[in-house]
Design a protein around this ligand. Structure first.
Ligand SMILES: [Zn+2]
Length: 175
C-alpha cells in the first residue's frame, strides 16, 4: 500500500484541521489557503480519487452537506454568493488525489476569476457531442458507481507514477 494521502491523514486526525462538520461518511474542513475566508472542503472519508468512484448515496450526501455549508456561510459571513465545485482530474485543477467539493464564499469584486472565454461550436459539432453523451449516459444508468466495465482506456498520454495519478489523468471508470 502506498502512503496515506494528505486528506486521509486530515480525515483521521493525524494532521490537524479546522473541522466544521463531520458524520459517518463525510467531513468538512476550512481551507487555510482558501480563495476567500470560509472556503471549505467537503470530503468523503473513504479515499476516492475522483467523483466517478464515489457511491451514489455518498455523492448525494456530499452535495447535501455542501449545500448546508453554503447556507451557513451566507448567514454567518454575510457573503453574496458561493461557488460549489469539484476539480475532477489534474487538467481540471485537482491537486490532491482525494475527491472533494469546494465551497467558496463570494462577494462582488472579490478578485476571484472563474471566467472563461466562450467557444463557438457549429451546429454539427453540438449535435455530435449531444448524441455521444446521451448514448453514454443511457448505457451507464444511474445505479451504484463505480460499475464493472470491460473498457480499455483509449489513450495514455502522460507517464504513470501511481494508480491515483493514472486515475486522475484518465478519468476512466476503474476496470
Ligand atoms: Zn485520501
Amino acid at each position: 500500500m502506498a502512503d496515506k494521502c494528505l486528506i486521509c491523514q486530515i480525515v483521521e486526525g493525524e494532521v490537524p484541521s479546522k473541522k466544521i462538520y463531520e458524520d459517518d461518511d463525510i467531513v468538512a474542513i476550512l481551507d487555510y489557503n482558501g480563495a476567500n475566508p470560509g472556503h471549505s472542503f467537503v470530503i468523503p472519508k473513504q479515499h476516492t480519487p475522483i467523483l466517478e468512484q464515489i457511491p451514489s448515496p455518498i455523492i448525494g450526501s456530499l452535495f447535501n452537506v455542501a449545500n448546508k455549508i453554503s447556507s451557513a456561510i451566507f448567514d454567518t459571513l454575510k457573503v453574496q454568493g458561493t461557488n460549489i465545485f469539484v476539480a475532477n482530474g489534474i487538467p481540471a485543477g485537482q491537486k490532491v488525489a482525494h475527491c472533494m467539493v469546494n465551497v467558496i464564499p463570494r462577494k462582488e469584486n472579490d478578485g476571484i476569476n472563474l471566467q472563461w472565454p466562450p467557444k463557438q461550436l457549429s451546429e454539427e459539432e453540438m449535435s455530435t457531442i449531444e448524441l455521444k453523451i446521451k448514448e453514454e449516459i443511457g448505457s451507464i444508468g444511474f445505479s451504484e458507481a463505480p460499475k464493472q466495465k470491460q473498457e480499455k482506456p483509449k489513450q495514455i498520454s502522460e507517464e504513470v507514477s501511481g494508480e491515483d495519478n493514472y486515475l486522475l489523468k484518465q478519468l476512466k471508470r476503474i476496470p
